[in-house]
Design a protein around this ligand. Structure first.
Ligand SMILES: *[C@@H]1O[C@H](CO)[C@@H](O)[C@H](O)[C@H]1NC(C)=O
Ligand SMILES: *[C@@H]1O[C@H](CO)[C@@H](O)[C@H](O)[C@H]1NC(C)=O
Ligand SMILES: *[C@@H]1O[C@H](CO)[C@@H](O)[C@H](O)[C@H]1NC(C)=O
Ligand SMILES: *[C@@H]1O[C@H](CO)[C@@H](O)[C@H](O)[C@H]1NC(C)=O
Ligand SMILES: *[C@@H]1O[C@H](CO)[C@@H](O)[C@H](O)[C@H]1NC(C)=O
Ligand SMILES: *[C@@H]1O[C@H](CO)[C@@H](O)[C@H](O)[C@H]1NC(C)=O
Length: 378
């Protein structure tokens, strides 16, 4: 399994705690211990260095693989030693962070000491520096929680979020290989590229396991369609903070009946007449108003002018990007972006990556959100 060849060390900008990722020889991809450890797939990354930076920016990411032909960059939670490097096309390679105990020396220190720490989570509730989600402290490091059949000494060694528990020193999951599929990522448009991969869906998920898994996924306890904004004008305005217990930055609402008929606004409406949009064309950010986190379930997006226009959607928890993806928008139909594993989110951002598009009567980077689904407390 460990056909690891050290090819080069990749030096990245100052401020990165480990200044290097190790890269494999070309011709390998990463096979994690379990497919749920694939956390993010980008489709338009130009270089392995940029893929490494995306990995670095995600506290959950420990390993990535990158295909310079398809420009696909996949981020994994699993450390390199928990998975396997498998042979594949020559254009693909694997990169990983070499972990050692010094990176976790602040474990259980007071939470103020690990704000913005790459390896530990500053938990303001316990007041301590904790291991990130899906890892446990093994006495020297935060290691990946283990799967069916692996050894353990207590429940937190096992992937408890998947109902895998430590029984007689072995991690034991629910009957048979029906991993609750955090992969029930459904989306309607072929232009959506989000944090999932077809291989995840096909492995173990029989129809029944997918069905039972979906029942555990919160979907849309808060549906927002922008038609009940208190004190809204009949034309357009700024969405007030506190609407739906969220704060809204650079977010406006607009009555689509007042917009040019050859723009994307009318295609973008879910419930007449209001939609949300970014009036300046710049970044749009939504945060929890009272600190309670939510799952970011789905959003329906349309471009106002440019076609196609790429939007990057990022979900954050405590300042770290935890999931997200990229969507290519049209001006003539809505594209649904959904995420069944964007949980514990406190902030969502939307921004355009400056894609080039044909213009209608204008050429701005405005986009339209017809509706948004979130679930507080998930
Ligand atoms: C964390 O530190 C606190 C305070 O020093 C201590 O009471 C607690 O037992 C420690 N927890 C662990 C898991 O080491
Ligand atoms: C939306 O705009 C149209 C056209 O100006 C107007 O007739 C309608 O009353 C507006 N709707 C609301 C809810 O204000
Ligand atoms: C918009 O968001 C992107 C990605 O987070 C960031 O790089 C950029 O600086 C932001 N732009 C503004 C104007 O805040
Ligand atoms: C924050 O708002 C959400 C949505 O209404 C609610 O479910 C949650 O209980 C609130 N949390 C607090 C701490 O008030
Ligand atoms: C729209 O603006 C972008 C960025 O300024 C530019 O690259 C693109 O060529 C413009 N589209 C058209 C059709 O002019
Ligand atoms: C976009 O279209 C308008 C109207 O057809 C035209 O005047 C304008 O020059 C175009 N913009 C660009 C950047 O080509």
């Amino acid at each position: 399994m460990k056909l690891v060849v050290f090819v080069c060390l990749l030096f990245i900008t100052n401020g990165f705690q480990p200044s290097q990722f190790t890269l494999s020889q070309a011709g390998y991809q990463f096979q994690p211990a379990n497919n749920v450890e694939l956390i993010f797939t980008f489709s338009n990354i130009r270089t392995s260095a940029l893929c490494a930076i995306h990995c670095y920016q995600n506290i959950l990411c420990r390993t990535f693989d990158f295909d310079s032909s398809s420009h696909q960059c996949r981020l994994f939670e699993g450390s390199v030693n928990t998975g396997t490097l498998i042979s594949t096309v020559i254009t693909t390679l694997v990169g990983w962070i070499e972990m050692d105990a010094s990176m976790f020396s602040l474990y259980n220190a007071t939470s103020d000491q690990c704000i913005n720490n790459r390896f530990l989570y500053s938990d303001t509730i316990s007041g301590r520096c904790e291991c990130p989600t899906h890892t446990f402290y093994d006495g020297s490091m935060c290691s990946n929680q283990r799967f069916d059949g692996d050894t353990c000494t207590s429940n937190n060694w096992c992937r408890t979020g998947l109902n895998i528990n430590c029984i007689a020193s072995i991690c034991v999951g629910p009957t048979t290989p029906s991993m609750p599929s955090t992969t029930v990522t459904s989306y309607t448009s072929t232009t959506v590229q989000i944090s999932s991969s077809p291989t995840m869906i096909s492995t173990t998920a029989s129809i029944t396991s997918v069905t039972s898994a979906t029942t555990t996924v919160a979907t849309c306890t808060t549906l927002i369609n922008f038609n009940d904004i208190p004190g809204a004008s009949s034309t357009s305005g700024i969405i007030p903070n506190g609407y739906k217990n969220l704060n809204w930055i650079n977010a406006g609402y607009i009555n689509v009946s007042t917009t040019p008929s050859n723009s994307g606004y009318r295609a973008g409406v879910s419930t007449m007449p209001f939609v949300m949009y970014n009036p300046t064309g710049g970044n749009l950010t939504i945060t929890s108003a009272n600190g309670t986190r939510f799952s970011f379930d789905a959003v329906w997006l349309t471009s106002a002018w440019r076609k196609p226009m790429n939007i990057v959607v990022d979900a954050f928890s405590n300042g770290w990007i935890t999931s997200g993806g990229q969507v290519s928008l049209s001006t003539t139909y809505q594209t649904k972006f959904s995420c069944s594993f964007c949980r514990n989110t406190d902030t969502i951002t939307f921004y355009t990556d400056g894609s080039i598009g044909s213009n209608l009567t204008q050429n701005g980077t405005q986009f339209i959100i017809g509706k948004l689904c979130i679930s507080f407390g998930h």
